[in-house]
Design a binder for this molecule. Structure first.
Ligand SMILES: C[S@@+](CC[C@H](N)C(=O)[O-])C[C@H]1O[C@@H](n2cnc3c(N)ncnc32)[C@H](O)[C@@H]1O
Length: 282
């Protein structure tokens, strides 16, 4: 059982200590009832933004207990290296206020908190309670000071210009309204602050790209099925990677949101890292 998360203050940033337990539900639209979401994977569910949100909620609730295992096995452990590269290249300092959006089971938040040496300026936000409960359990086991908040990446419950560093890992594909979410993330970042996005990649080499996508539809999907007894979440995963934005499109979107962007392909493009610095508004 997890304990409570303190509320964000008016300024959007907690004044006294960091929330460390069961997330509040501020800003979260309720998940659809199980009966209202598809039993199997129906691509139409992810085309319509209104339907995509409950679909994504159901998906992560259903795989939360095995999410970390799937990541490690399906990426041969590279996923943690990619997150570590994001944290290192974003140059997180001990005094930085850090937000990990779509934190899931909290791996990025924990890497940031470790890098800060326990200074305690990290908040992990996610809309899915089951994922956050895993994050909370892991954080306690590691004794790291991180606050968890249940909330919506597309309507962040923080004041503008609050954070020095903002991360979002392997999640932009899952958002219903990506341009709005990018604008929201840039809004809560202080001018000069940095947003680091880690995503599944887009190898520039067409042969490697085809092999990577075939791997997701075959090996990764089988690993997911063995771990969870379900295939549809991993069919969605593979399709969402295949249909997602190219690095150029993502870079354009980030520029439109008011940042200067550097694209860093990781492991030959198997993962993508975008380092976006918020432009000075003056
Ligand atoms: C693939 S997981 C990524 C978790 C974590 N960032 C990582 O590095 O493993 C995607 C997460 O995004 C969350 N998510 C999707 N849409 C969201 C939204 N609109 N607001 C907040 N969280 C969202 C899901 O609940 C899920 O936990």
């Amino acid at each position: 059982m997890v304990t409570l998360a303190g509320p964000a203050t008016e300024a959007g940033y907690p004044r006294s200590g960091w929330p460390t337990g069961v997330p509040s539900t501020a800003g979260v639209r309720p998940a659809a009832s199980p009966a209202s979401v598809a039993r199997g994977f129906d691509p139409r569910k992810t085309r319509d933004p209104a339907a995509k949100r409950p679909f994504v909620q159901q998906l992560f609730t259903s795989i939360a207990p095995r999410y970390d295992w799937f990541n490690r096995l399906a990426s041969f452990g590279l996923d943690q290296r990619w997150r570590a590269a994001a944290v290192a290249q974003a140059r997180v300092l001990p005094a930085h206020r850090v937000l990990d959006v779509c934190s899931g089971t909290g791996d990025l938040a924990m890497l940031c908190a470790t890098r800060q040496g326990g200074a305690g300026h990290v908040v992990g936000l996610d809309m899915n309670r089951a994922m956050l409960q895993r994050a909370c359990a892991k954080q306690r086991a590691h004794g790291l000071p991180i606050g968890w908040l249940q909330g919506d990446a597309e309507a962040l419950p923080f004041a503008s210009d609050t954070f020095d560093r903002l991360f979002i890992g392997f999640s932009t594909r899952n958002l219903s309204h990506l341009p709005e979410a990018l604008r929201e993330m840039v809004r809560v970042l202080r001018p000069g602050g940095r947003l680091a996005i880690v995503e599944t990649g887009y190898p520039a080499n067409p042969l490697l790209r085809a092999m990577y996508q075939a791997f997701l539809f075959t090996v990764a999907r089988t690993i997911g099925w063995v771990l969870t007894g379900r295939c549809w979440p991993f069919t969605y995963l593979a399709r969402s990677v295949r249909q997602f934005l190219t690095p150029q499109q993502m870079t354009d979107g980030l520029q439109r949101a008011g940042t200067q962007v550097e694209y860093v392909p990781l492991s030959g493009g198997l993962a993508s890292l975008y380092l976006a610095t918020k432009c000075d508004q003056s």
